[in-house]
Design a protein around this ligand. Structure first.
Ligand SMILES: Cc1cc2nc3c(=O)[nH]c(=O)nc-3n(C[C@H](O)[C@H](O)[C@H](O)COP(=O)(O)OP(=O)(O)OC[C@H]3O[C@@H](n4cnc5c(N)ncnc54)[C@H](O)[C@@H]3O)c2cc1C
Length: 300
């Protein structure tokens, strides 16, 4: 048998955790996705850098994932190596702010900020993503977004050169940023403000309760399937078109929140795509509004 990618990685990075033919369904919040030829779990930004360099020298174009909470992975899996950042999760206080590594979970980071008496990240409590995914998406909720708190970010560009964005360089917009495919976010610094830990916790719990009462958190999904259109809310338009509960196979528009597409059990990526397509077409025909997808579809 020929040398596999795993053999080549083991030789140069023997400590790196690696799983071959690992289903992406195990690493996406939709619980959908066939096997990746290798799923890789670097544990530090330094290991991530070395891994990216090695994969490049082997002619690989890896797919980077944080918590897989904003993606739809292909049923057939992928021939790309997939790097999961969730084990690179350091966080520390830096003056009246924080420094966080790319794989740090937003909810844990917000709880850490609260414990440090630092306010400003309450909005992120309950968003099931990592810092890297949240920067790429400019994640936000309940009136707050990453744009409000991020000061500077260190990343590798497409040529794996280390670069830094400061403030407006990030080009944060509604669920968009300057980060492009092939770039690798390593860590970021945030500016927060001093506040009473108890008050911060109260706010976070209030937002979590709102989330639990309005979102189908008990079913696998990737959050809001569509971006907010200029003239209203996607969920409201979808509901108005009578699409709540519309299903294809195992995927359907949530009965609880029409902006979410959920995996009711055994959904395939194809089912989800068909639901997205039907919703977009129906909403356009009946209201004239074009819905744009927020979920990122991985092509393979
Ligand atoms: C129940 C539920 C509720 C949600 N609520 C919200 C909400 O309130 N607000 C909101 O904005 N979103 C929400 N989301 C969507 C999602 O959690 C966010 O977009 C989150 O920021 C994605 O982070 P992630 O680590 O899961 O990213 P992933 O889904 O893993 O990746 C998202 C994108 O970022 C890229 N990426 C990830 N890490 C890196 C890195 N280190 N360097 C470069 N690129 C990287 C990936 O390649 C991909 O293109 C929700 C999702 C669910 C399932």
């Amino acid at each position: 048998m020929g040398r596999t990618l795993a053999d080549a990685i083991h030789e140069k990075l023997p400590q790196l955790e690696l799983r071959e033919n690992e289903p992406l369904a195990n690493h996406t919040s939709f619980r959908i996705g066939g096997p990746a030829k290798a799923v890789l779990f670097p544990k530090s930004t330094d290991e991530l850098r070395r891994l990216c360099g090695l994969l490049r020298s082997l002619g690989e174009k890896p797919l980077l994932l944080g918590n897989g909470s904003n993606v739809l992975a292909p049923d057939a899996g992928t021939d790309r190596a997939v790097i999961l950042t969730v084990k690179i999760c350091g966080m520390s206080r830096l003056g009246d702010g924080l420094k966080a590594e790319c794989g740090a979970a937003l909810t844990r980071l917000a709880a850490f900020a609260a414990a440090e008496g630092l306010g400003g990240l309450e909005f992120a409590y309950g968003i099931p993503g990592t810092v890297g995914g949240a920067l790429v998406m400019n994640a936000g909720a309940y009136g707050g977004e990453m744009k409000d708190v991020v000061l500077r970010t260190v990343f590798l560009d497409g040529e794996l050169r280390e670069r830094k964005y400061e403030g407006e360089d990030h080009l944060f917009g509604y669920r968009t940023s300057a980060f492009k495919d092939g770039e690798v976010i390593l860590e970021t610094e945030m500016r927060l403000h001093k506040a009473e830990a108890e008050k911060i916790r109260e706010k976070m719990e209030e937002l979590m309760a709102r989330r639990r009462s309005s979102q189908p958190v008990e079913l696998p999904s990737a959050g809001s399937a569509f971006k907010r259109p200029a003239n209203g809310y996607a969920a409201e338009l979808i509901d108005r078109c009578g699409l709540k509960g519309f299903t294809v196979g195992g995927a359907g528009v949530s009965e609880k929140h029409a902006g979410f597409i959920v995996n009711n059990g055994g959904a395939t990526a194809d089912d989800v795509k068909k639901v997205i397509e039907h919703v977009r077409e129906t909403v356009y025909e009946r209201t004239g509004t074009e819905l744009c997808q927020e979920i990122r579809i991985i092509d393979g």
